[in-house]
Design a protein around this ligand. Structure first.
Ligand SMILES: Cc1cc2nc3c(=O)[nH]c(=O)nc-3n(C[C@H](O)[C@H](O)[C@H](O)COP(=O)(O)OP(=O)(O)OC[C@H]3O[C@@H](n4cnc5c(N)ncnc54)[C@H](O)[C@@H]3O)c2cc1C
Length: 481
C-alpha cells in the first residue's frame, strides 16, 4: 500500500523551512537510552513539533522500586541540599531501573569502539550546553586499579564466631566486578603506592598494589539518574510527551505485516492503543518481552551510596580485595533465600566491588551480578536483597574509613543489567521498527551516541554520525527470517 500521508511545509526546530512527512514516534522505555533518544529526536534538523508527535511510554510510575524504603529517593537534593526536590512528579518512573542505579563512569576505553568516541564527545557537549557539571554531576576523573586486603569489621575476629557455621572460602573463586574486561591481571600490577590525593583509601594497611588505568582526558562521570531525568525534561520542553505507568504489551503491525501501525499499552488498568509510524524499543533488559528474537539477557546487581565525611577525590576504583578468614562471607551468586545470619569465612576470598567517588559528597559502590531472582514485570517490582548490599558495605569499609565507620549509608539498591548488545538499528524488515537496547555495563557511556544514531535512523533512514558495525541488528538477519 502506498503511504499517502500528506507532506507539510514546516519550520524545523532550527528555523529552516522544509517539507516533511508526519510521524507518530513512540519510544518504549524511560531509561537512559529512551530518554537520550527522545532528546536527540528533538534536536534533529528535520524535527518539527508541528509535524512529528513523539511519545515516550515508561512502564513504571515510581522510581522507588529496587531501593529500600530508608534510602534517599531524590539524589538531586544531595548535589544541592539548599533546594527543595527537583524531581518532576510527572516523571516518577523515569530512570527507575539500571539507568538510575548505575555508577556513571564514562570512558574512551569502553566498548563497542564504533560508538564510544562519539558518545564520550556528546557527553562533554551536553554537559557544556546544559550545565551538566551542576545539573548531573559531570566531571572528569581518574580510573585506577587497586589490590587490597580488607580489615575485619568491628566484632569479627579470625578465631571465628562461636555458634555459627563457618564457610570455607575458595580463593580461586572470585566474585567478578562489572567492568572486569578492562582490568589487568592483578599479578601484573606494577606500581606500589597510591597518589597522594587518594587519601580516602587506607593505604597503610590495606593496599598491596596500585595502577593508574586512565586519566581525566579519557575518563569522566555523570550521576546517571540526574542525567537521565534531565534528558527527559529537556526532551519534554521541546515537545515530547512523557507518559509513565504505561506498560506496552504489543507492537502492532499493518495487515500486510510490513510496517508498524500502533502500540498497545496498559495504563491505570485500562488498555489503550497509540497510533505509531516509528516505534523505538528501548526497554533495556525487558526488550525481549516485546522483541523475543533480540538476544538480550538480564542479571541483577546491587549497589550502595555512601555519604562521606568530606568530598573525596575524583577516582573510579576497580578493586580486587582479599577478604581474610573471619570476614563476613559474601552472599553466594545463586542464593535465593535472603539470609540474615552473618557467617564468618574460613580461608580467604577475593571480591571486586567498584567504587566511584562523586562530586556531591558521596561515593557509589557496586557488587557482582547474581541470578537469584528473575527479571520482574517492571522496574518498580525489583527486589533488593539487603544482605548483598551489606556485603558491599563490609568490603569497602574494610579498605576505607571514609566509606566505613565515618560514612553514612544513604541508599541500598538493586537493578537489572541488560546484557548481549548493544543493538541499535532496524529490526527485521518491519518498516518503522527500531531497537536500542542491551547496552551491557556501558549504557551510561553509550547513551548519547545511541540516541543520536536512532534519531538519524528515524529521520534520515540510516545512521550517519558513526558506523553501527557490531551494534547493527542486521547482523542477526538470519534469526528474523
Ligand atoms: C550496578 C551497575 C553499574 C553500572 N555502571 C555503569 C557505568 O558506570 N557506566 C556505564 O556506562 N554503564 C553502567 N551500567 C550499565 C547501565 O546502567 C545500563 O547499560 C543502562 O542503564 C541501560 O539503560 P536502558 O535505558 O537500556 O535500560 P533501563 O535503565 O533498564 O531502562 C529501561 C526502561 O524500560 C522500561 N520498560 C521495560 N519494559 C517496558 C514496556 N513494556 N513498556 C514501557 N516501558 C518499559 C523499564 O521500566 C525501564 O525504565 C551499570 C549497570 C549496573 C547494573
Amino acid at each position: 500500500m502506498l503511504n499517502l500521508a500528506p507532506l507539510r511545509l514546516l519550520t524545523t526546530s532550527r528555523g529552516r523551512k522544509m517539507t516533511s512527512t508526519p510521524k507518530d514516534i513512540t519510544i518504549i522505555g524511560g531509561g537512559i537510552i529512551g530518554c537520550c533518544t527522545a532528546y536527540f529526536l528533538t534536536r534533529h534538523p528535520s524535527y518539527s513539533p508541528e509535524t512529528h508527535r513523539i511519545t515516550l511510554l515508561e512502564a513504571s510510575s515510581s522510581s522507588a522500586g529496587g531501593r529500600t524504603s530508608e534510602s534517599i529517593q531524590d539524589p538531586a537534593t544531595l548535589a544541592d541540599p539548599t533546594t527543595a526536590s527537583k524531581k518532576n512528579p510527572a516523571h516518577d518512573g523515569i530512570a527507575g531501573g539500571a539507568s538510575g542505579k548505575a555508577g556513571g563512569l564514562l570512558a574512551l576505553w569502553a566498548f563497542p569502539s564504533e560508538i564510544v568516541p562519539l558518545s564520550f564527545r556528546l557527553h562533554a557537549e551536553l554537559a557544556k550546553e546544559h550545565g551538566g557539571d551542576k545539573r548531573w554531576g559531570y566531571r572528569r576523573c581518574y580510573a585506577s586499579q587497586i589490590d587490597c586486603r580488607a580489615r575485619l569489621p568491628p566484632g569479627f575476629d579470625n578465631s571465628l564466631a562461636v555458634g555459627t557455621e563457618p564457610v570455607r572460602g575458595k580463593p580461586e573463586q572470585r566474585s567478578k566486578g562489572l567492568h572486569k574486561d578492562h582490568k589487568t591481571d592483578i599479578k601484573a600490577l606494577q606500581k606500589l603506592g597510591a597518589p597522594e590525593d587518594l587519601d580516602w583509601l587506607d593505604t597503610d594497611d590495606a593496599l598491596a598494589a596500585y595502577e593508574e588505568m586512565s586519566t581525566p582526558d579519557k575518563t569522566a562521570q555523570v550521576h546517571p539518574e540526574l542525567f537521565t531525568r534531565s534528558m527527559a525534561q529537556l526532551a519534554e520542553e521541546q515537545g515530547v510527551k512523557i507518559v509513565t505507568g504505561a506498560r506496552v504489551t504489543t507492537i502492532n503491525k499493518t495487515a500486510d505485516g510490513k510496517s508498524v501501525e500502533s502500540v498497545t499499552f496498559i495504563k491505570d488498568d485500562k488498555e489503550e492503543i497509540l497510533p505509531t509510524t516509528d516505534c523505538i524499543v528501548a526497554a533495556g533488559p525487558w526488550t525481549t518481552r516485546l522483541l523475543p528474537d533480540v538476544p538480550i539477557t538480564a542479571a541483577r546487581a546491587h549497589s550502595v551510596v555512601i555519604k562521606t565525611p568530606r568530598p573525596v577525590s575524583a577516582y573510579a576504583l576497580f578493586t580486587s580485595i582479599m577478604l581474610p578468614t573471619g570476614f563476613p562471607t559474601p552472599t553466594p551468586q545463586d542464593a535465593r533465600r535472603k539470609s540474615t545470619t552473618i557467617r564468618p569465612l574460613i580461608g580467604q576470598q577475593i571480591v571486586e566491588p567498584e567504587i566511584y567517588a562523586r562530586p556531591d559528597g558521596t561515593a557509589y559502590a557496586c557488587g557482582p551480578t547474581d541470578n537469584a531472582i528473575e527479571l520482574p514485570l517492571t522496574s518498580a517490582d525489583v527486589e533488593v536483597d539487603t544482605a548483598r548490599c551489606d556485603d558491599i558495605i563490609y568490603q569497602v569499609s574494610g579498605i576505607s574509613d571514609e566509606l566505613g565507620k565515618d560514612g553514612q549509608v544513604l541508599a541500598k539498591q538493586a537493578c537489572y543489567l541488560p546484557q548481549g548488545g548493544p543493538w541499535i538499528g532496524k529490526v527485521d524488515d518491519t518498516e518503522g521498527l527500531v531497537v536500542a537496547a542491551g547496552h551491557t555495563c556501558w549504557g551510561i557511556q553509550n547513551a548519547p551516541a545511541t540516541g543520536k544514531l536512532v534519531s538519524e535512523i528515524v529521520f534520515d533512514g540510516k545512521a550517519k554520525s558513526a558506523k553501527l558495525g557490531s551494534c547493527d541488528p542486521a547482523r542477526m538477519g538470519a534469526l528474523w527470517r
